[in-house]
Unconditional design. Sequence first.
Length: 351
Amino acid sequence: MNIILSSLYYEKNRVTGANKRFDFFGKNLQSRENINLTVLVREGEAPDWAENSITLPRYDSMPSVIRRLVYCIKLTFIFYRRDGVIINDFMPVPLIFSKRNYYYQLVHDIRNFTDFNRAAVKKISSLFQKIQWRMVPNILTVSSFTKNQLIKYCNINPNKIAVSYNGIDPVKRNKAKKDIDFLYIATFEKRKNHDNLIKAFSVYVKNCDQNARLYLIGRDLGYRKHIETLISKYQIDKFVTIIEKISESELKNIYERTYCFVNPSLYEGFGMPLIEAMYFDCHVICSDIDVFHEIAKEHAYYFDPLDHGSILNAMKEIKDTEIKGESKTCYTIKNFSWSAIVDNFLNLLVK
């Protein structure tokens, strides 16, 4: 079976949830017998593990709108002539679809239909996405929550939406001193709700543990300066560490050193750091939102993300709790292994 795994957003040296999915889903597909995998990425981004790749020019000098249009046309021609299966996350979607292949549009979230739409012209952007998602033959999305959102906001036929969770890479874990009290991994943007976490942590440091440490890891999307200003305002600079660029091995070490992973995000399509933290058997406290309940179930402590007092209470509650055995680790291996996720996708093709 021929499969094209396409992402013009992929950056091989950047640690993000979407990039991890591309890498681990792709590597697992490539390892299967009778699967001929080709990855399609921008020039300079072909992953080292890929045996077959197609690269498109970067067109960095073009205005964004023109560049997207050029990519749309190129992808249309490439995909139309191919047999097999195509998984693509780039938008605009192809102009036409071929009956020679099974096309899946990968959707990570639908934040353009929420208050966290980053597009300049928000109503036009969300309408444009809605039209495109209704055009595509099939949709692959990362949670039942996002599937339900697509049905609700875009009126998409549920039968053409398949759920394919993100997964974890079961690397060897090493014992380490738990010198990081709280860890949050998220891009620096408003919907990630660093504000309320910082407010809660500032009170925690002053009233509960004057040696506590909070690590914030993520890519800046224009909000980091605001976060740093807030940290200075509450005079907790020496208690907070901010990291923007990090390797997989460095991230693994940080998970091993973390006592509690905290996620106060207001909106997510999945939340890959949640399952990674659970794999490393960190305590998890997170927002009381549908998608986190779907992913973490009873293995997390939930709080109201709009109330920093609720976050503070969760921080205090969890610090009085002993880490219990392997329950969270076993849960993630059982439910979020890449091997099982790829198996489910291939079984979907048989149907």
